[in-house]
Design a protein around this ligand. Structure first.
Ligand SMILES: C[S@@+](CC[C@H](N)C(=O)[O-])C[C@H]1O[C@@H](n2cnc3c(N)ncnc32)[C@H](O)[C@@H]1O
Ligand code: SF4
Ligand code: SF4
Length: 391
């Protein structure tokens, strides 16, 4: 599977390399229309996660209506979007989630891939909605990719998400999606965010995902008010000292043990490198020149470390994006935030568009795989199990 992915990845890189090289030069002198988009369609949520505070700012009354969303997408800003992600909050809490996906497909003429991250915690809503999106994407020839979040095996998942029987509930959605894969083509897997509370469970999650034949992505915890509303949690949740080294080892082990051409290894190597080098980012990020994000209330911003540039319910999205003060803010982000930013968002897209960093990674990864490094002794969990109640 990984080899097929890598072959496609390299083929895409080779095919689009001439155009992307021109674009990367042009982007130095001229702002480009975005190709990558993340839409937090609501902050309303069916979990109360320990490492994310989006659930605290959920307010259905503030969410844009479907008509407002459609009107915002009528702007020429979106004409080059190739990769769109629906996130939140929990997207499946919106009754019109399928219509929002349809609006994106209708409004983005160059859309190639649609992605949804979901808790899967409300299976009776999530399964029919996600099935409709799978059918829609198949009918409209758009690649669909979906991940259910799993942050621990059994009890641990419920403790991280503060939801009773969370593992069983998410499991229902996972099983239904695996069944659906027998009928339709789409990418499906799980996503796991690793931080001090569940670091000890990371190997368990990995073993479980292998047993269940589930593709898995591990996220290293990060803190950003714009995207996760959680900057104040950093002091409490960021792994430090031995825990940080344990986390680095976990990501390096992935690079060493998983197939070298697995798409995620590029990101895991980046996490391990950043822990080693004191959080200096060396990896590319598409949001520096060609990404944009939208919040439920219509606030438009460049990336997870960006200020809000304007609101699409009161102003045309393209005008906001290309305004002088917006572009000045983007330069400020590049100078002051990018050098230490941990974001993996669509990093693979950036790597496809910049062949050299990916080739460099392949060399580094093969060196790592030949280097023997002793595994440090296990570290006891730094925080006691969560005592927050279930919902
Ligand atoms: C913000 S959630 C929104 C979608 C949905 N509610 C869910 O949990 O899957 C999107 C992804 O961000 C991850 N995430 C949450 N908190 C995070 C953090 N502090 N650092 C990195 N990723 C995080 C989640 O685990 C999930 O995979
Ligand atoms: S990670 Fe997802 S489920 Fe958890 S609080 Fe954030 S948005 Fe909600
Ligand atoms: S601050 Fe982070 S997310 Fe934003 S453009 Fe820079 S690297 Fe990308």
């Amino acid at each position: 599977m990984a080899q097929v992915y890598a072959a496609k990845y390299l083929a895409k890189a080779a095919l689009s390399a001439p155009r992307d090289m021109v674009n990367s030069v042009v982007a130095k002198y001229k702002a480009l229309h975005p190709t990558v988009f993340i839409f937090h369609c609501t902050f309303v949520c069916d979990a109360r996660c320990e490492m994310c505070s989006n659930w605290t700012r959920g307010n259905r009354k503030e969410d844009m209506t479907l008509d407002q969303i459609r009107a915002a997408f009528a702007s020429p800003l979106w004409k080059n979007i190739e990769n769109a992600s629906l996130s939140g909050g929990e997207p499946t809490t919106r009754n019109d989630m399928v219509e929002i996906c349809e609006a994106m497909i209708d409004s983005f003429p160059k859309l190639r891939k649609l992605t949804i991250n979901t808790t899967g915690l409300t299976p009776h809503r999530a399964i029919p909605m996600l099935t409709k999106v799978v059918e829609l994407c198949n009918a409209r020839n758009v690649i669909f990719s979906m991940r259910v979040s799993i942050d621990g095996v059994g009890e641990m998942h419920g403790e991280v998400r503060n939801v009773r029987k969370a593992f069983e509930k998410a499991g229902k959605t996972i099983t239904a999606m695996q069944e659906l894969q027998k009928q339709y083509r789409f990418n499906f897997g799980i996503s796991s965010t690793i931080f001090s509370q569940n670091l000890e469970d990371a190997e368990n999650i990995l073993a479980w995902s292998k047993k269940e034949k589930l593709d898995i992505v591990f996220n290293m915890v990060r803190f950003t008010d714009a995207m996760l509303g959680n900057a104040e949690l950093e002091g409490k949740l960021r792994p430090m000292g031995k825990e940080e080294q344990r986390m680095r080892q976990f990501f390096l082990d992935r690079v060493r043990q998983d197939p070298i051409l697995d798409g995620q290894n590029y990101i895991y190597m980046h996490y391990a490198d950043m822990i080693t080098n004191g959080y200096h980012r060396t990896a590319p990020c598409p949001f520096q020149t060609q990404g944009v994000m939208l919040n439920p209330n219509g606030d438009l911003f460049f990336c997870e470390n960006s200020d809000v540039m304007g609101n699409v319910t009161t102003e045309d999205a393209e005008s906001i994006y290309f305004r002088d003060d917006s572009l000045a803010h983007r330069r400020e982000i590049r100078d002051h935030k990018c050098p230490t930013c941990l974001s993996p968002c669509q990093m693979n897209v950036a790597a496809i568009k910049q062949v050299v960093p990916y080739a460099r990674f392949l060399v580094r990864a093969s060196i790592e795989r030949h280097r023997a490094e002793p595994t440090p002794p296990p570290v006891p969990p730094a925080t006691p199990p969560s005592v927050a109640g279930p919902i």
